[in-house]
Design a protein around this ligand. Structure first.
Ligand SMILES: Nc1nc2c(c(=O)[nH]1)N[C@H]1C(S)=C(S)[C@@H](COP(=O)(O)OP(=O)(O)OC[C@H]3O[C@@H](n4cnc5c(N)ncnc54)[C@H](O)[C@@H]3O)O[C@H]1N2
Ligand code: MOO
Ligand SMILES: [Mg+2]
Length: 400
């Protein structure tokens, strides 16, 4: 059986880079940038006042002057004023350009004003205080964001600042999510005693939406013929199919056979892991990709984080995410020669480390257990005892 890393490299070898497209900035969050972004101006573009108060020439203060006639006011958004007399001051507001002829700002809390005069009431000031100097953060022409960056709200702010009403990002794959199983009913239906409401495709849809990927929700029954017909048209209209269920050893687990009948070549079936062992992966000659995720909800979730998200990231030419690690809080024993994805509750410690408390739950059907967990810890297959204090990689639910 394939190991986790072998399976992932198979999967990544079948990711085809998607083309770039231009989208409005207002729709770009979560998408992968496909152009380098330069600073069009210095950051900040002018000497920026950072406190409401008065601007003076430091020399005047250093020579003993404490009371300054107020010669005017420089508001934010007004063109540059000049202080004509070195012994006067200008009132200045946060966000304003520092007036020409001044170099230091004293906040209102440190002065009094009366009859058009400002008197500084503190003894210690430093030259240049309360001024955010032009170009101290970034210089015009500097590359701020590189292609492959996933656009978070903080990057959206940078794009707005440099004047990008539209931005080049990776096109999104056409993705169909397909639940299978006669026991499943819709979210708006009342299940009979032997039925359940399907949840996996909703979980997958939510995960992909955070990457800006829209998906269609589909359902097919455990009927080989109906499944073949349904999947044939879904395959024709999509680049990526993500199925849930129907991939293990049951008499109604038709997904691998149906896929092969539709010309999807099996690249692998089964990985030495728990949960998620029966993962099925296939591709067509035309470059379409099919993930047959195991139906048990914890397996589906684990396969999303370990395989599907890296695949999508590679297809959209995103910069690889760095591996996260945490420290196991308690001893764990796991005998089978399988990589064990253990649900854990991560807590930050005062020393800055992350402790992972095991939440094994009652198996891969126990998705309520994931409410308390905030990630999976990946425990290697060649070990059966995992001691408290050992450090292992973690997949964090909050990272998407
Ligand atoms: N004889 C064997 N039986 C099983 C094996 C095996 O190796 N030999 N593997 C087990 C493992 S491990 C897993 S994981 C499951 C995988 O099952 P399938 O992918 O075939 O999925 P189903 O049989 O259709 O369903 C399994 C389970 O998941 C529930 N399910 C399915 N879809 C959804 C959905 N959209 N939302 C919520 N829950 C869903 C379904 O009701 C079942 O309870 O097989 C083991 N069996
Ligand atoms: O490997 Mo399965 O995913 O235990 O239920
Ligand atoms: Mg099954």
């Amino acid at each position: 059986m394939l190991s986790v890393t072998e399976a992932l490299s198979h999967i990544l070898s079948h990711s085809h880079p998607l083309p770039a497209e231009t989208v409005p900035l207002t729709r770009a969050v979560g998408r992968i940038l496909r152009e380098d972004i330069q600073a069009d101006r210095d950051f900040p573009p002018f000497d920026r006042v950072t406190m409401d108060g008065i601007a003076i020439r430091y020399e005047a203060f250093a020579s003993g002057q404490r009371t300054f006639p107020i010669a005017g006011t420089q508001f934010a958004g007004q063109p540059l004023f000049s202080l004509t007399s070195a012994n006067e001051c200008l009132e200045v507001m946060t966000g304003a350009v520092l007036p020409d002829g001044t170099d230091t700002v004293i906040r209102y809390e440190d002065l009094t004003t009366e009859n058009g005069m400002a008197t500084i009431t503190i003894e210690e000031i430093s030259v240049g205080q309360n001024v955010h100097r032009q170009a101290t953060d970034r210089q015009a022409g500097e590359v701020l964001l590189t292609t492959g960056t996933r656009l978070r709200p903080t990057e959206i702010a940078v794009l707005a600042s440099v004047g990008k009403p539209t931005v080049a990002v990776s096109a999104r794959p056409r993705v169909a999510l397909i639940s299978t199983g006669d026991e499943l009913v819709g979210v708006d239906e009342m299940p009979l005693p032997h039925q359940i409401r399907g949840s996996n495709t909703y979980m997958l849809q939510a995960a992909l939406l955070t990457l800006g990927i829209e998906t269609s929700l589909n359902h097919l029954p455990d009927d080989q013929e109906k499944m073949t017909r349904g999947l044939s048209s879904i395959l024709a209209e999509n680049d990526l199919l993500i199925l849930s269920g129907g991939v293990s050893a049951g008499m109604a687990d038709f997904v691998p056979a149906v896929m092969m009948a539709l010309g999807v070549r099996e690249r692998f079936h089964k990985i030495a892991q728990r949960p998620g062992k029966p993962l099925w992966f296939g591709t067509t000659d035309t470059g379409k990709v099919v993930f047959g995720l195991p139906g048990n909800p914890v397996s589906t979730t684990m396969c999303l984080f370990r395989y599907l998200l890296p695949f999508l990231n590679a297809s959209m030419k995103g910069q690889p995410e760095s591996t996260r690690y945490a420290t196991l809080a308690e001893q764990v024993l796991f005998k089978p020669a399988l990589t064990y994805f253990l649900p854990v509750r991560l807590t930050s410690q005062p020393d800055g480390s992350q402790l992972a408390y095991p939440l094994p739950g009652s198996g891969s059907g126990d998705y309520a257990n994931l409410i308390d967990a905030n990630g999976f810890m990946e425990l290697p297959a060649d070990q059966s005892e995992f001691a408290a204090g050992e450090v292992y990689p973690v997949l964090l639910f909050g990272e998407i």
